[in-house]
Every structure is written in C-alpha cells, then in structure tokens.
Design a protein around this ligand. Structure first.
Ligand SMILES: NC(=O)c1ccc[n+]([C@@H]2O[C@H](COP(=O)([O-])OP(=O)(O)OC[C@H]3O[C@@H](n4cnc5c(N)ncnc54)[C@H](OP(=O)(O)O)[C@@H]3O)[C@@H](O)[C@H]2O)c1
Length: 317
C-alpha cells in the first residue's frame, strides 16, 4: 500500500497542484525492517521506489520530532489489540498531526478514544481505506447523509473470500483458488484473518462503532469460517443459477459474517471476484446500495490520497 501511495503521489502531482494548489511532500517514511528516512525538503519518491531499503537504520526519532502535518499509518493489521498503530496514532494526534490510515486495527480498538483525542487537539482522523478501499462508506455518510439515523449496513467487505467463492463457483478447486489468491498477494499476512473472518469482523466492528454508535470488539462478531464446506455450498448454488457470498450484516450493537445464497435479484449477486459492496439502510434517506468493481491496491492508495486531500483542506480551519 505504501509503494502504491508513493506511485500515486508522483502520478497526481500536477493535478494536485493545478486543482488544489497543493504540493504534498513525504518528509518521513518508517518501515519495520527496511529502515527509515527523514527529509524536511521531501523524499525523492522515485529513488525510494527503486531502492530495496531506506537509508537510515536503528531506532527512529520519536514521533513528536517528525517534520510532518499528516501521519499516514499503514502497518499490518493486529486484530487482537490494534497495536503498535494505535499508540503511534495517539502520539501523532497529540503532536498536532492529522491522521489518515488504511489499518483497521487501531480504528476497531480505539475509534472513540482517537476521535476524542483528535477533537481535543483540533485535528482530523480519516480511515476510509480501512474498510473497503475507496468505496466511500464513511465519506458518503459524512458528506451526503446529514441528520439521518442508520438502521443497518449489509455488505461484502472481504474481497479475498469473495474472490475464492467466485472462483469456486466457476469450477476451480478450493485449494487452487487459495493458491492463486496467495500468488496474487491479496491475502492478509496471516491467512486466518481472511478465512476465519477476522478481517470481516474488524471491519464490522468499525462500521458498528463509527456509523451505528456501538461499542463492539472483534470477538463479539459471529463468524462462519470459509472452508471446503462453504466452497461446496458455492459450487451447488452455481448449479441453480445462484451465488454464495460471505455477507456482513451489522445493526446496532450486533454484527455477523456468514455465507448467504443469493439469487440474481439481490444487489450483491453481481458483486463478483475482488469487488466490494455495501447497502446502507437509513430512517429517512432510504436504502442505498453502492459497489466498487474489482479494486486493487491502487484503490486503497487512492482512498488514502482522497483522505489526505480532505484533511489538508481542513488544516487551520
Ligand atoms: N493490501 C491491500 O490491498 C489493503 C487494502 C486495505 C487495507 N489494507 C491495510 O493496509 C495496511 C498495509 O497493508 P499492506 O498490504 O501494505 O501490508 P504489508 O505489505 O505487510 O506492509 C506493511 C508495511 O508496514 C511496515 N511495518 C511493519 N511493522 C512496522 C512497525 N512496527 N513500524 C513501522 N512500519 C512497520 C512494513 O515494513 P517491513 O516490510 O520492513 O516489515 C511494511 O512496509 C494493513 O493494515 C492492511 O490491513 C491493505
């Protein structure tokens, strides 16, 4: 995701400048094992992308000394605690930075405390990329649905299992589809995050806690693992002209992730392969259905960029 964001920042430089008068500089990059870089003048992203590692080694300086207005947090998901991202994001907000993330963990575990901290320090917290790449779920609700109460959200939020079941229903063996997903690099570092529904559970918690006012934890979400049994269900449904989808169903204080057999009239029937979709049921604004066709890591990076543009636009207001 970090590399895709670097490529996108280079690609969009001219548009950012022409449309928004924005010149975004990457003044620091930190990794787990590939070193770090600090440069007030802005890193040369082309040279970073072509190098196997960053120039500095050892312990990076504390966050409060980083020369940055915005922290972009994209370390791996920690389902159990959201750490170390949660601590890093707290430190950044306290140091007066806005925070943009694609990492679900800290939002699932710390949305309420991070929001309070952001408000206290007059900063913004944005995480559109954490749930469904650039499918605009939170930004849609914030920008286009004022004064509504959300009743429930239903959707396909895990593209890896949607891809697996789509492949199986087209005749692939479950093991072959798994191997292909791993080859494509679309699985989380830990495959159980996808197959045992932890990725979907963390996303359901975020939707619940952010949009429906709940206080769930990932362990509160009922999860049906995706295995040979679900694959057989998908294969059988295909013979009847139906499709099996791993659906997240989230209402106030309650969330589950389970296989559902859908006919062609269901809006999620067409959400195939890597695609993602959400249905938002509101009290006065009706029922909205949105989908994102076949997203890749470039769309995750785009969601980060859109959030960065948004928070930078609000700086100093
Ligand atoms: N891939 C997607 O399409 C996608 C979509 C939506 C959301 N996300 C989320 O975005 C995040 C990044 O995903 P990814 O696919 O880019 O993961 P990734 O390939 O595993 O990359 C994670 C990056 O974080 C660095 N890192 C690990 N531990 C760190 C630490 N303690 N301090 C600083 N840096 C650290 C890693 O550096 P080293 O390599 O040196 O360890 C690596 O650069 C995850 O939270 C993921 O759930 C990903």
């Amino acid at each position: 995701v970090g590399r895709a964001l670097a490529r996108l920042l280079l690609d969009r430089q001219e548009i950012l400048s022409r449309r928004y008068g924005l010149e975004l500089r990457v003044t620091a990059i930190l990794t787990g094992s590939h070193g770090f870089l600090m440069d007030d003048a802005g890193a040369d992203l082309r040279s970073c992308l072509s190098s196997p590692a960053l120039p500095e080694r050892g312990e990076p300086p504390p966050i409060r000394s980083w020369p940055a207005d915005v922290l972009v947090e994209i370390t791996p998901l920690n389902v159990a605690t959201g750490q170390p991202a949660l601590t890093v994001m707290r430190e950044a907000l306290k140091a007066g930075m806005d925070v943009v993330t694609a990492n679900k963990g800290p939002i699932a575990h710390g949305f309420h405390t991070l929001t309070a901290l952001a408000q206290e320090h007059g900063r913004s917290l944005r995480f559109e990329a954490a749930v469904a790449d650039n499918l605009p779920l939170f930004n849609l609700v914030r920008a286009a649905l004022p004064a509504v109460e959300l009743r429930s959200v239903r959707g396909i939020f895990n593209s890896t299992t949607n891809y697996l079941l789509s492949e199986v229903s087209r005749g692939a063996a479950f093991e072959t589809a798994m191997a292909r997903a791993q080859e494509l690099g679309i699985m989380e570092r830990d495959p159980s995050h996808d197959l045992h529904g932890w990725d979907a559970a963390v996303k359901a918690v975020i939707i619940n806690n952010v949009l429906l006012g709940g206080a769930l934890k990932p362990a509160d979400v009922d999860r049906q693992p995706v295995n040979g049994e679900v694959a057989a269900l998908a294969r059988g449904a295909a013979l009847d002209g139906k499709r099996v989808r791993m659906m997240s169903t989230i209402s106030v204080g309650e969330a589950r992730w389970e296989a559902a057999t859908l006919g062609p009239a269901d809006p999620f029937y067409a959400v195939d392969g890597f695609s993602l979709g959400a249905e938002i049921v509101t009290d006065v604004a009706g029922r909205l259905v949105i989908s994102l066709h076949d997203p890749h890591v470039e769309q995750t990076a785009y969601a980060l960029l859109a959030d960065i543009i948004d928070v930078v636009g609000h700086q100093g207001q």
